[in-house]
Ligand binder design. Structure first.
Ligand code: CA
Length: 491
């Protein structure tokens, strides 16, 4: 895999550190020799939680949030302790996740629901790659990276998932929805900007249906039902399912029995949040169950993560031990739970210290599917399969960068530099106080900033960040055209 994003100073990345990664290149082949036919194209399920904090899974150490089914992913697979998404907010994070490119490459900084992604010719989605590799692709849940164009008659919803590689879509397009969306007055729902209707496009169809469901349907369970149906319909062939729950994003609404099941927690928002997590966990359990019922559990790769850190004061989730919340580039806003289960290929019960990122998933999924990444783009992510197989195959040190609103941050090794410029959002969040150079090993809560202007280390990180920012100012269209010319490909 190429990595031309960072012509960083060599002093930042010791050359010797690259050697273990080179030795690891042979590992996937040795695994391939033992694989059966089905495992050559494993099913892939990406489960995304929404605003789930780092602390709130049993396997992450929570003592009050009970998630036995999600914990089982860690017991049968890997748990990462330093996994990052690309923005501390839903839309931009998902835009990065789906394209494998930092969303700053295409100026996606906000939750505009009509922003959309660059065209497929410029930046294919994960689903487009997997569909191209022979997978049946489906999304159930929250999309939130564009839907209708501003002038609907001119283009047929170019940003909708059914036009971005998904054979099956059952989505709502916004950032959140009531959890009992169909039991209230429809006009009231529209007045608060939350259209409860689900847009559905079935496999083999171009027709968009607006679906309503039972009045007492609970959103998390509904998404699980539809995900299970997708798996059952497609059990005989390789599939990719993007199961994008809204839980545990606000509003805090849970089923009465799920709240009651958490009466070990004092009455209040935290108990309702726990009830929402009970439904999310039940969903993951049901997905596992339908895989087992269909003999697919061994050869299905499941990745579970959250799209950003928790807004702790809003949804009562916790980012412990980290400081910072959704909307900030402290670890609490950007470091998320990240679990990988793939019994046929991934060891059970191991922990990886990473760091890894959401941008690694597109190249990893495309690799395990037997697909091929575009030659025209320099993807920053890595195929993680060798690292999944062995702790010894950790990817070479590389920068992780966040650029969101007026905030920027970069991590290289244990060092992290936060640079928040004065601006509307930074002042609102008080995050100017976050500025500084931190050593995450000795100071994971980012409480003791070094004097960043006075240290050589800070200057090195600043240099890499500046290169990154200049690189990301270049348009993707230019990169694609230049890449095509260099390789003699048609433009
Ligand atoms: Ca979110």
């Amino acid at each position: 895999m190429r990595n031309t994003h960072f012509s960083s100073p060599s002093r930042s990345i010791p050359a010797l550190a690259i050697l273990p990664a080179l030795l690891c290149l042979a590992l996937p082949e040795s695994f391939a020799a033992t694989r059966d036919t089905r495992a050559e194209k494993p099913n892939i399920i990406l489960i995304l939680a929404d605003d789930l904090g780092y602390a709130d899974l049993g396997c992450q150490g929570s003592e009050d949030i009970r998630t036995p089914a999600i914990d089982r992913l860690a017991e049968t697979g890997l748990r990462f302790t330093a996994a990052y998404i690309t923005a501390p907010q839903c839309g931009p994070s998902r835009a990065g996740l789906m394209t494998g490119l930092n969303q700053a490459r295409f100026g996606y900084y906000e939750n505009h629901e009509q922003s959309g992604l660059p065209p497929r010719a410029i930046a294919p989605t994960m689903a487009e790659y997997l569909k191209g590799a022979g997978y049946t692709t489906g999304i159930v849940g929250k999309w939130h990276i564009g839907l209708e164009p501003e002038e609907p008659d001119k283009e047929p919803w170019p940003a909708a998932p059914w036009n971005r590689g998904f054979d099956y879509s059952l989505i709502h397009h916004g950032g959140s929805l009531f959890y009992f969306p169909f039991g209230r007055n429809y006009e009231q729902m529209l007045n608060v900007g939350r259209d409860p209707r689900m847009r559905e496009v079935k496999e083999g169809s171009d027709e968009v249906n607006y679906r309503m469901f039972e009045k007492d349907a609970y959103l998390t369970d509904l998404f699980t039902d539809l995900a299970v149906s997708f798996i059952e319909r497609n059990a005989e062939k390789p599939f990719f399912l993007y199961l994008s729950y809204t839980a545990p994003h606000t509003p805090l609404q849970a089923k009465a029995e799920d709240v009651a099941a958490n009466d070990h927690i004092p009455e209040g928002p935290r108990r309702v949040f726990a009830g929402m997590m009970t439904a999310l966990d039940r969903g993951v359990g049901r997905v596992r169950e339908v895989l087992e019922d269909n003999g697919l559990a061994e050869d299905t790769l499941i990745v579970f993560l959250s799209d950003n850190g928790a807004p702790t004061s809003q949804n009562a989730s916790l980012n412990d031990p980290f400081r910072g919340v959704k909307g900030r580039v402290l670890e609490g806003g950007i470091r998320v739970p990240f679990l990988v289960s793939w019994p046929a290929r991934v060891p059970a019960g191991e922990v990886r210290a990473g760091p890894v990122g959401a941008l690694d998933l597109l190249p990893t999924f495309t690799g395990v599917a037997g697909g091929k990444l575009s030659d025209h783009l320099a993807y920053p992510g890595r195929d993680l399969t060798a690292y999944w197989a062995s702790e010894k195959c950790k990817p070479e040190p590389r920068p992780f960068v966040w650029k969101w609103r007026s905030m920027a941050a970069i991590r290289v090794g244990p060092w992290k530099l936060i640079d928040v410029q004065p601006g509307q959002w930074s002042l609102k969040g008080g995050s100017l106080n976050d500025n500084g150079l931190y050593n995450l090993v000795g100071d994971p809560r980012e409480l003791r900033p070094r004097q960043r202007e006075a240290t050589k280390r800070a200057d090195e990180l600043r240099d890499i960040l500046n290169i990154w920012e200049r690189r990301h100012e270049q348009s993707l269209e230019t990169e694609t055209a230049v890449g095509a010319r260099k390789r003699g490909s048609p433009q």
